[in-house]
Write a protein that binds this ligand. Structure first.
Ligand code: KG4
Ligand code: ZN
Length: 372
C-alpha cells in the first residue's frame, strides 16, 4: 500500500457510496457506486466517453490528445453521473480516482479533479490502482470471495495473479513482451481493420477459417504461466505480407487464425496457473477464477476459458463486457473496498505511470502510440 495512506480505525460494514473517476488512457469516465465489500454492489451511474474517433487516424492512443480530451469532458461527465445517481457531491462518502498505471497527462487530469472535489466537499480521497480496479470488478458484480485467480488481459497487461485480499496480490505469470490487447491492436493495424483492434479482429474472425494459417502458440507446453506474443505477431506479419493484396477472405482467415492462436496460448498458460493456484490454496474444492480487462470482452476467449475452468474445477466470473473495458464503476468500487478497510490517501497523492500490482509484474500500462 502507498506510504501516503492514512489508516482509519473504523472498519465499515454499512453501505458506502463513492464517486469514481477514470482517465488513465483513452476513456474519460465517471461513475457512482454504492455497496459493502463481500456483497455485489449497486451501480447508480456509469458514464464512459470513448475517444476512439480522436485516436483512430493514428491507429493508437496519442497521449497529448488523450489528456486534452479528458480536460474537455471530465467535469461535465461528473455532473451528469451525479445527476443520474440523484446525488450531490455531499451525499457521497468518498471520491476515488485512478492514480496509475497509465499515461501521465490523463492521470493528472483525473487525480487533480478528484482531489479538488474531495477538498471542496471535505471527503476522503482514494488514489486507485487501475489494475487492482480491474481485478476487483468481479466483487462488484458477483461478490466473489478471496482468494481467487485473476487473468488480467488488457491493452497494457497480460498477467495471472492470485488475489488474496485488497492490496494483496501474488504474480503467477506475466507477459515477456507485448500485452495481449496490444497484440490484437497491432494485428488489426496490420490488417487495416480499424481501432481499437480487439472488437474488429473478433468480428472478422467470426467469418474466417481459423485453421488456414498455422501460426505459433508462444510458450505453449512450457512450465510456468508467463506469456509472449511478439513471435506470433511477427509470424502473422510474414504470412500476410506474402498474400498482399489481401482479399476479404484472407483478412477473415488471418483474424480467425490469430485469435485461435491467442486463445490456445492463453488457455495453456492459464491451465498452468490454475494448477499453481490449487497447490497454493491447498484445496480440492472449487476456486473462483476471474477474467478481467478489455480482452475479456472477447467471446471466443471467454468460451475457451469457461471450458477450461470446468475441467480444472474453477468457477469462472467474467464481468459484463461494459465492465471489462475501462470504466469508472470499477474505480468507484475499488474506492469502496479501500474505504471499508480504512485505507485512504492524502491530497498529495501523485500520479504513478508505472505501478505494478504485485512484485515482478509488468509496470507499464497503455504506454500510448509512441510506446507501442
Ligand atoms: O482494459 P482496457 O479497456 O484498457 C486497458 O486498460 O488497456 O482494454 C483495452 C484492450 C484493447 O487492446 C482492445 O483491443 C482490447 O482490450 N479489446 C479486445 C476486445 N475488446 C477490447 N480484445 C479482443 N477482443 C475483444 N472483443
Ligand atoms: Zn484497463
Amino acid at each position: 500500500m502507498d506510504s501516503t495512506n492514512r489508516q482509519m480505525t473504523n472498519q465499515s460494514s454499512h453501505e458506502i457510496t463513492v464517486l469514481g473517476l477514470e482517465t488513465s488512457c483513452d476513456e474519460t469516465a465517471a461513475a457512482v457506486v454504492s455497496g459493502v465489500p463481500g456483497r455485489p454492489g449497486t451501480i447508480r451511474a456509469n458514464l464512459v466517453l470513448s475517444q476512439f474517433d480522436e485516436h483512430a487516424p493514428y491507429g493508437g492512443v496519442v497521449p497529448e490528445i488523450a489528456a486534452r480530451a479528458h480536460i474537455d469532458h471530465l467535469d461535465s461527465l461528473i455532473a451528469s453521473a451525479l445527476r443520474e445517481a440523484g446525488l450531490g457531491l455531499n451525499d457521497v462518502d468518498a471520491i476515488a480516482a485512478t492514480a496509475g498505471p497509465g499515461l501521465v497527462g490523463g492521470l493528472m487530469v483525473g487525480l487533480v479533479t478528484g482531489k479538488a472535489l474531495a477538498f471542496a466537499a471535505q471527503k476522503p480521497f482514494v488514489a486507485v490502482n487501475h489494475l487492482e480496479a480491474h481485478a476487483l470488478t468481479a466483487r462488484l458484480v458477483s461478490g466473489t470471495q478471496f482468494p481467487y485467480l485473476v487473468l488480467l488481459v488488457s491493452g497494457g497487461h497480460c498477467q495471472l495473479l492470485e488475489a488474496r485480499g485488497v492490496g494483496d496480490y501474488t504474480l503467477l505469470g506475466t507477459t515477456l513482451d507485448d500485452a495481449v490487447g496490444e497484440a490484437f491492436d497491432k494485428t488489426a493495424k496490420l490488417l487495416g481493420l480499424g481501432y481499437p483492434g480487439g472488437p474488429h479482429v473478433e468480428k472478422w474472425a467470426r467469418k474466417g477459417n481459423a485453421k488456414r494459417f498455422d501460426l505459433p502458440r508462444p510458450m505453449k507446453g512450457r512450465p510456468g504461466a508467463d506469456f509472449s506474443f511478439a513471435g506470433l505477431k511477427t509470424a502473422l506479419r510474414q504470412t500476410v505480407t506474402k498474400l498482399v493484396p489481401l482479399t476479404e477472405t484472407d483478412l477473415a482467415d488471418a483474424a480467425a487464425s490469430f485469435q485461435l492462436a491467442v486463445a490456445d496460448a492463453i488457455e495453456d498458460r492459464t491451465r498452468n496457473a490454475m494448477r499453481m493456484m490449487r497447490e497454493r490454496a491447498g484445496t480440492e474444492g472449487p476456486i473462483p477464477f476471474v477474467v478481467a480487462g478489455g480482452v475479456a470482452a472477447n467471446t471466443a476467449l471467454r468460451e475457451r476459458l469457461e471450458t477450461l475452468a470446468q475441467a480444472e474445477g474453477f468457477d469462472l466470473t467474467a464481468p459484463p463486457m461494459a465492465l471489462c473495458t475501462d470504466n469508472a464503476a470499477m474505480i468507484a468500487w475499488a474506492g469502496i473496498e479501500r474505504v471499508a478497510i480504512g485505507s485512504i490517501d492524502t491530497l498529495d497523492a501523485s500520479p504513478r505511470p508505472r505501478w505494478p500490482l504485485a512484485a515482478g509484474g509488468d509496470e507499464t500500462h497503455n504506454s500510448g502510440l509512441t510506446g507501442k
